[in-house]
Write a protein that binds this ligand. Structure first.
Ligand SMILES: [Fe+2]
Ligand SMILES: [Fe+2]
Length: 178
């Protein structure tokens, strides 16, 4: 998706910040439910997921601070992201280790592509603060994505599952940017 100047009263930067903020809440809930299920079936997996969760909480705060500083708004899809994330995380964890990793890989791949495009836009308009906020989380999200790959998230049997997750993630981002 190419990010452009918004035609309505909420500017594109505020939209980017609210969408990313809502996305972090979604990610927090994915990892929360995955941790819950993994505690029962795959305990060795929990420390990695807890580290991811900790990263997402930091990201949430970075965006919230920047939103507050500019008197921005919380996304309408904030709670939808939370519920959707929790559900996706829960389902993925029931599918086992590769399910968890397929979910991580699909979400984080979709997210990193968006972050890169957001950075292109933010650089073009010279918004240094928003650029710094988005850029500060990119490396973590790339790391989550790569761990998903390393741990088997790209397994061929999980392609339909990854497709659904990517589609949901993409749809909710576009919905928030409208
Ligand atoms: Fe994040
Ligand atoms: Fe992440």
């Amino acid at each position: 998706m190419i990010y452009k100047d918004s035609k309505d009263k909420i500017d594109t930067v505020k939209k980017i910040l609210k969408v990313d903020h809502a996305g972090e809440f979604g990610a927090i809930n994915i990892y929360r439910s995955q941790i819950l299920v993994s505690r029962l079936f795959r305990r060795q997996f929990v420390p990695m997921l807890e580290k991811f969760l900790e990263d997402e909480r930091k990201h949430l705060d970075i965006f919230w601070q920047e939103i507050k500083r500019r008197e921005g708004i919380k996304c309408k899809s904030y709670y939808l992201c939370g519920i959707g994330g929790y559900f996706m995380g829960f389902m993925s964890a029931l599918l086992g280790k590769k399910g968890v990793m397929a979910c991580t890989w699909a979400v984080e791949s979709t997210v990193t592509v968006h972050l890169e495009n957001q950075l292109i836009y933010l650089q073009s308009i010279g918004d240094k603060e928003a650029y710094a906020a988005v850029n500060s989380i990119l490396e973590d999200e790339e790391h989550h994505r790569d761990m998903g790959d390393i741990e088997g998230g790209k397994n061929v049997w999980f392609s339909p599952f990854r497709f659904i997750i990517s589609l949901f993630t993409e749809t909710i981002i576009r919905f928030g940017m409208r």
